[in-house]
Design a protein around this ligand. Structure first.
Ligand SMILES: [Cu+2]
Length: 318
C-alpha cells in the first residue's frame, strides 16, 4: 500500500505542477493572490472559484468559463463577518459596453437591471461558504454582482466581476494538459498497479489530487484527497471525497454532511464545510475546509443513500 502511494504521489506532483500555470490568469474584479482568486467586497475578502462539473470536473476557474454549461460559483469567506451578512448574487448580461473594465458605477447606471439579469438569488445568510448554481443558456459577456448588507448599519458592500462564457484564451493549455493526462494514465495502466488498487474509475481523480487518505465504515469506503496541496493550518481549502461501496463501486447521488472537531479539546470545526457539487463517479467536492490548530482531528462524514445513512470518521493528525 505504502509503496504504490509513493509512486502515484510522485507522478501526481509532476502533473499538478504542470497544471498550475493554467490557473494563474485573472483580471477584473476578482484578483489573484498566492494562487487563489480573491473577491473583495469592500474590505471583506472571500476566496472565489467557479466549477463546471459536467464539462471539467474539479477544475476551478477564477472568472472566465470555457463553455455555456451548469456552473457552480463558490465563495469561501476569509472574513468571519460575511457569515453574519445577508448576501445576494446577481448575474447580468454585460450591457454596460465596458467589458473587462465594468465597475460598480457602470452597473448602477443601468436603467433596467432586471431586464439584463439572467440569474438572481435574493439575500440570504450562508455561514462560511456561499454557493450558487446557474446553468448558462448561451455564451457571451456577463457581469457578476455580489452584494453584502451590514447587519447593523444596513450599508451595502458590493463587488463586481466581469467575465466571459465561452472563453477561448487558453491557447495551447488544453492540448498540453490533455497530453499530460494521457501520458499519466498510460503510465499507470502499464505499471499495472492502477487496476489492482484503484479500479479504472478513479484514474483521473488520482491524477488531479495529492495525499489520498482512507476511512472505512461497514459498507462504504470514503477516500479523501486535497487537490489544493497538503493541508496547512488556517488555510481555507477544498477536499474531494470519493464514496464507494466495500466492493469498490462508486456511490453516486448521495446526500453528504460533514462535521468534525478535536475530541481532546472538545471543540468542533472552525468552519462549516459543505458539499458544493457532485463531480461524478462517486466524487464529491467539499469546500470551506479549514483547521485552526495542529493536533488530532476527526472528520465525521454522514453519507445518506437509499439504503440509509452511514457515518464514517476520518482521523487526521495535523
Ligand atoms: Cu483544538
Amino acid at each position: 500500500m505504502i509503496d504504490h502511494q509513493i509512486v502515484i504521489r510522485a507522478a501526481c506532483l509532476v502533473l499538478v505542477a504542470s497544471l498550475l500555470p493554467a490557473t494563474l490568469m485573472a483580471h477584473g474584479g476578482v484578483v489573484e493572490e498566492d494562487d487563489l482568486c480573491i473577491i473583495k467586497v469592500n474590505y471583506l475578502r472571500a476566496h472565489f472559484k467557479i466549477y463546471q462539473p459536467r464539462v471539467s470536473g474539479h477544475e476551478q476557474f477564477c472568472e472566465d468559463l470555457p463553455v455555456a454549461s451548469e456552473s457552480v460559483f463558490v465563495m469561501e469567506y476569509q472574513h468571519d463577518s460575511l457569515s453574519f451578512m445577508p448576501i445576494d448574487f446577481r448575474i447580468i448580461r454585460d450591457v454596460t459596453g465596458k467589458g473587462r473594465f465594468a465597475r460598480i458605477e457602470d452597473v448602477d447606471e443601468i436603467a433596467d437591471i432586471d431586464a439584463a439579469t439572467v440569474f438572481y438569488r435574493p439575500a440570504s445568510l450562508e455561514p462560511d461558504v456561499y454557493t450558487v448554481l446557474h446553468e448558462f443558456a448561451e455564451e457571451g459577456d456577463f457581469i457578476g454582482i455580489v452584494s453584502a448588507t451590514h447587519p447593523d448599519t444596513n450599508k451595502i458592500y458590493a463587488a463586481v466581476f466581469p467575465f466571459e462564457v465561452g472563453f477561448t484564451g487558453w491557447g495551447y493549455w488544453p492540448f498540453i494538459i490533455g497530453l499530460l493526462i494521457i501520458i499519466q494514465v498510460q503510465y499507470l495502466l502499464m505499471s499495472g498497479r492502477l487496476k489492482r488498487w484503484f479500479g479504472a474509475a478513479s484514474v483521473l481523480a488520482c491524477c488531479l489530487v495529492l495525499s489520498p487518505g482512507v476511512a472505512e465504515a461497514e459498507d462504504l469506503v470514503v477516500t479523501y484527497s486535497t487537490p489544493d496541496g497538503p493541508v496547512e493550518i488556517n488555510r481555507m481549502h477544498s477536499w474531494v471525497l470519493h464514496v464507494a461501496t466495500a466492493e469498490g463501486e462508486p456511490v453516486t447521488g448521495a446526500e453528504i454532511e460533514v462535521d468534525g472537531g478535536m475530541p481532546a479539546h472538545n471543540h468542533g470545526l472552525p468552519t462549516r464545510p459543505r458539499i458544493t457539487h457532485e463531480i461524478g463517479d462517486g466524487d464529491y467536492q467539499l469546500d470551506g475546509v479549514r483547521f485552526h490548530m495542529g493536533g488530532y482531528w476527526e472528520i465525521v462524514v454522514s453519507v445518506t443513500t437509499d439504503a440509509g445513512t452511514e457515518t464514517i470518521v476520518i482521523p487526521l493528525t495535523l
